[in-house]
Design a protein around this ligand. Structure first.
Ligand code: GLN
Length: 286
């Protein structure tokens, strides 16, 4: 990385190749090249392969300006997914905004684990607490079209994003309810309750770093030990589960033992923790 401002010749250069090269100097991240490609793909509304085939094509000034604006915002720390308003989850292209957590690949483990408890056919009732962009609810509804899914969020702005994704993807059978955890819904029984709640300790320095600085704090942090939301959900969940129903959470890598103890205390059985691709405890079910 050479650093510093662009010279006059560089400012006028406007090929795809030159625009992508610019990013290496402007973006401080190790993924500068990839991120530049994502932003240019977004501005030009083309595919990534198009960029490689058209490296020497000239780009018009308006789009160059938009692209450079996005590079500058990225250099200032804005998450790439908020700049494009897009993120893929479970191979579903989702729209997201700063009102929603950015869906993580890690959370696909929660979907995989939940699917183990949801039969391929037959009516099944599923609840997703704190749905955000709708990622988990949509992935489950996509895999189990016969399922009746209820998805909640405290944030009406997030629910609007989730509803938009549902319409965009043409996935039916999801009902959205606004409110805090179970208070969002009427008394009813579910076969499977899933949640990727906030679980980061309020003192965790990560909250002040990287993408997390720009994400809704209510979707990330949850009390001194990070377990406030999970405690509340575990205490209330039994009143909303069918007798053989399952509750599944995503959580931090060092929280599994405490969560298993909480579940045991609330009368859950068959409690198990699954590990993510980095071999870290990530999802606990009971
Ligand atoms: N896994 C996310 C992170 O550490 C946090 C998501 C959450 O709190 N639910 O960035």
């Amino acid at each position: 990385r050479r650093g510093g401002a662009l010279n006059e010749a560089e400012k006028k250069s406007s090929t795809v190749r030159a625009l992508l090269l610019e990013a290496a100097r402007i973006l401080p991240t190790p993924e500068a090249r990839l991120e530049a490609e994502i932003l240019l793909v977004f501005v030009l509304d083309v595919s990534r392969t198009w960029l490689f085939a058209h490296a020497d094509d000239g780009i018009d000034a308006v789009r160059i300006e938009r692209y450079r604006g996005l590079l500058a915002a990225r250099a200032a720390g804005q998450p790439i997914a908020y700049l494009t308003g897009r993120r893929e989850f479970w191979s579903l292209p989702l729209q997201i905004t700063a009102d929603t957590l950015i869906p993580r690949a890690d959370t696909e483990l929660l979907v995989e684990q939940a699917l183990l408890h949801i039969p391929q056919s037959g009516i099944v009732d599923i609840l997703d607490l704190g749905t955000g962009s709708g990622a988990i609810a949509l992935a489950l509804a996509h895999e189990r079209p016969q399922a009746r899914v209820v998805a909640t969020d405290l944030s009406c702005a997030a629910l609007a994003v989730a509803r938009g994704n549902t319409q965009q993807l043409g996935i039916g059978n999801i009902r959205f309810c606004a409110g805090s955890w179970f208070s969002a819904i009427e008394p009813q029984y579910f076969d499977v309750i899933v949640s990727n709640p906030p679980y980061i300790r309020t003192s965790d320095h990560h909250l002040g770093e990287g993408d997390l600085r720009f994400e809704p704090i209510s979707a990330l942090a949850s009390g001194v030990d990070g377990l406030d939301a999970i405690r509340e959900i575990v205490y209330d969940a039994r009143a909303y589960l069918k007798p053989d129903g399952w509750l599944l959470f995503e959580h931090g890598w060092d929280q599994a033992a405490e969560i298993r103890a909480l579940l045991r205390k609330s009368g859950f059985v068959d409690i198990a923790t699954s590990r993510d691709i980095e071999q870290r405890d990530r999802v606990t079910s009971g």
